[in-house]
Write a protein that binds this ligand. Structure first.
Ligand code: PEP
Length: 251
């Protein structure tokens, strides 16, 4: 969208050991000032690597984020990670409501709403993920499903600073399939209308990312529509050169 600074975000999912910091090093060396002047970049490694990734990135302004968070600041929640803990080790973003969290951990819109409020409380920017399943698209319900997820998952008080919306059709994640450019444009226009209707000027300025099988070869096409303000990249973010290739296509 005109006047919105794009964001290219990578989600490593449950991939990465300490040696994967090589990928962060490679990103640092590939990162061109020109690209980072025009767009924001973010890497979300597994929680075990957030601190190391922040430390390794040091001089290059590529942000580091978490992949999920608990709504609370601390307490008896074994295995969970508070947004304040992510902030404490240098993260600035966190994904909420990724479809794999919704499916594998039964995270509902209500849970994602609470996690997003937690992210804001800590001072993190939340990337709220939404997207329809294959059945929902085939039934022609994709816009109403996504609108419902946004209504339920994005709390009142969302601003262009504290929230990014990522549209990720579940059937396009990790499958090599993508919607047509027209379908992406139509969904992003619908999301923009929802956000502007609810949040006014902040909604008009909020970044809306597309995610689902974005690769260097298709990035320029799938990210071309007016209301696509960047990408959320899974598989291709594990390769520094592929991830930079996508960033170059956006910048
Ligand atoms: C994702 O998990 O957010 C994603 C978009 O994955 P992929 O790029 O591998 O489809």
């Amino acid at each position: 969208t005109d006047g919105i600074r794009p964001l290219v975000a990578g989600n490593w999912k449950m991939n990465g050991l300490r040696r994967s910091v090589d990928t962060i090093e490679a990103l640092k060396s590939h990162a061109q000032e020109g690209v980072l002047e025009r767009i924001d970049m973010l890497v979300c490694p597994p929680a075990t690597l957030v601190a190391l990734a922040v430390k390794t990135m040091d001089t290059v302004p590529i942000h580091i984020g978490g992949q999920t968070c608990h709504p609370a600041e601390n307490g008896a929640h074994t295995g969970d990670i508070a947004p304040e803990m992510l902030l404490d080790v240098g993260a600035s973003y966190v994904l909420t409501g990724h479809s794999e969290r919704r499916t594998d951990h039964g995270e509902t819109d209500e849970v994602v709403h609470a996690q997003t409020l937690g992210a804001w409380r800590a001072g993190l920017c939340a990337i709220v993920c939404v997207g329809e399943t294959k059945d929902e698209r085939e039934a022609g319900n994709e816009v109403s499903v996504v609108a419902g997820q946004i209504a339920g998952s994005v709390p009142d008080g969302a601003t262009a600073e504290n929230t990014v919306v990522a549209y990720e059709p579940v059937w396009a994640i990790g499958t090599g399939l993508t919607p047509t450019v027209d379908d992406i444009a139509a969904m992003h226009d619908a999301i923009r209308a929802e956000l502007t209707n609810r949040f006014g000027d902040e909604g008009a300025k909020m970044r809306i990312l597309y995610g689902g099988s974005v690769k260097p070869g298709n990035a320029a096409d799938v990210l071309a529509p007016n209301n696509v303000d960047g990408a959320l990249v899974g598989g291709a973010s594990l390769s520094a050169s592929d991830f930079m290739g996508i960033a170059d296509a956006v910048a």
